[in-house]
Design a protein around this ligand. Structure first.
Ligand SMILES: *Cc1c(COP(=O)(O)O)cnc(C)c1O
Length: 436
């Protein structure tokens, strides 16, 4: 008689896990206050005192900057538009190369293409899953303009050698901090180390405003360029007699008063939410350490802080006797894979397919690739381009979110019970090979 749920046995748990919901009375009150003013956005796309938005926008930006100890914050309507803004601000042009991670949300790699630059994929480190500085260095050419670092899953990238490379080769460093709000690298908050940092406030992130984003920087000049790109730069450059007009065609990437009022409340909750997440990760790590086939990610050292957007685990198929996909499918069968309000699975085999394998890169389907300035560039987007990333994604890594705030120890015990049950009955899976 089969015991495992994937073979028809009874699942460890069918009751849904608690929803991750950070929105409460504070946000409701803040929204009502904005609604009462009748002023839902005060931005004006002209040289005017409202060029930088209304009171909630300004307060949210000030509080965000202060929270991580950076000079400026510029709110935008998503991390994606923040990345586009950053590429514009640092002056990306056709023929420029930007070194990016292949193991990230797709927007990180798309950003240079918006201004005619092309992404060059550096491989990742097998422990942090962030770009490996050794691989970054190999990607640097005379056309390299910037390194777009991603603190993936909330683990800080190894910034010291990356900043050294940038200094040596005169490159900009942009940090994609979407998954790492309040993560630290050697005591410094991410988003304060490179030239620009970009955070996300979308619904899936640690805190959210529905959609939204924040750009952070210590550079007055880059911040002014970001503010212009966010809000109709073309109307501003005349009155300000701006000399360098590169990329100063403006967009409307503005956040509203309502979103920023929510953001102010969400930011206050972030430290507590992070503490709970880290406590849950510690609990799970302690429990999961009993399974020799699981390799848990070591916590970063030297005053660095990981924010665990997801909890990554490497699966050793030699020790387990089955492959990762078979295991992940069995785990999905033992636990409800989605929670209230959400349909996205909480367990995934790997994270996202290495970005360069997407059709956009395979087909060179962006004008930047066709531009004469790109003709001389070698674009490496084949299978095999980043072997560590491919190994992690296709064979070793799985990620789950059973450590989000709201999960109780009893909830996590069910998760551990599911792991235990599979390892105890692993022979049931040895003959079947499945694909996730
Ligand atoms: C979520 C995410 C983005 C995109 O954020 P949006 O605010 O949805 O545009 C970009 N990069 C990474 C690493 C992300 O996780």
């Amino acid at each position: 008689m089969a015991k495992l749920a994937i073979n028809g046995g009874e699942a460890v748990r069918t009751e849904l896990f608690p929803a991750y919901n950070t929105i409460g009375q504070e946000e409701k009150d803040a929204v009502m206050q904005v609604l009462d003013t009748g002023n839902l956005s005060q931005f004006l796309g002209a040289e005017h005192s409202d060029f930088l938005g209304g009171p909630n926008v300004k307060r949210f930006e000030r509080e965000w900057a202060d929270a991580i100890g950076v000079k400026h914050a510029v709110s935008v309507n998503s991390n994606t538009s923040g990345l586009f803004t950053a590429m514009g601000a640092i002056g990306i042009q056709p023929g420029d190369e930007v070194i990016v991670s292949p193991y990230s949300m797709s927007a990180s790699a798309i950003a240079p293409l918006i201004y005619g630059g092309v992404p060059v994929f550096a491989d990742i480190d097998p422990v942090t899953f962030c770009m490996d500085p050794v691989s970054i260095e190999k990607c640097i050419t005379a056309n390299t303009k910037a390194i777009l670092v991603v603190h993936i899953f909330g683990h800080p990238a190894d910034m010291d050698p990356i900043m050294d490379l940038a200094k040596k080769h005169n490159l900009y460093v942009v940090e994609d901090c979407a998954q790492a709000p309040m993560a630290k690298y050697k005591g410094k908050y991410v988003g304060t180390i490179g030239d620009l940092g970009i955070f996300s406030l979308n619904y899936h992130k640690h805190i959210h405003t529905g959609e939204g984003g924040v750009i952070t920087s210590n550079s007055d000049k880059l911040v002014e360029r970001c503010q212009m790109i966010r809000n109709h730069a073309e109307n501003i450059v005349g009155p300000r007699n701006t000399e360098d007009l590169t990329n100063l065609i403006g967009y409307n990437y503005r956040m509203t008063e309502i979103e920023c009022a929510i953001g102010i409340q969400q930011l206050k909750k972030l430290p507590g939410l992070l503490e709970e997440r880290l406590k849950n990760v510690a609990y799970l790590n302690e429990q999961l350490a009993q399974f020799p086939a699981l390799e848990l990610q070591p916590a970063p050292k030297d005053g660095s802080v990981h924010t665990y957007y997801v909890h990554p685990i490497k699966f050793n198929k030699e020790i387990a006797g089955i492959d990762r996909n078979t295991f992940v499918n069995a785990l999905k069968a033992e636990l409800p894979s989605a929670i209230l309000r959400e349909t996205a699975p909480l367990i995934g085999a790997g994270y996202v397919k290495p970005i360069y394998l997407q059709p956009i890169y395979q087909e060179r389907a962006a004008w930047a690739f066709q531009h004469p300035a790109a003709a001389e560039l070698t674009l490496k987007y084949e299978l095999g381009t980043c072997p560590v990333t491919e190994k992690m994604h296709f064979e070793l890594l799985f990620t789950h979110e059973f450590m989000r705030p709201g999960m109780s120890e009893q909830d996590m015990d069910d998760v551990v019970r599911a792991f235990k049950k599979i390892f105890n009955n692993i022979n049931e899976l040895k003959s079947v090979e499945t694909t996730a």
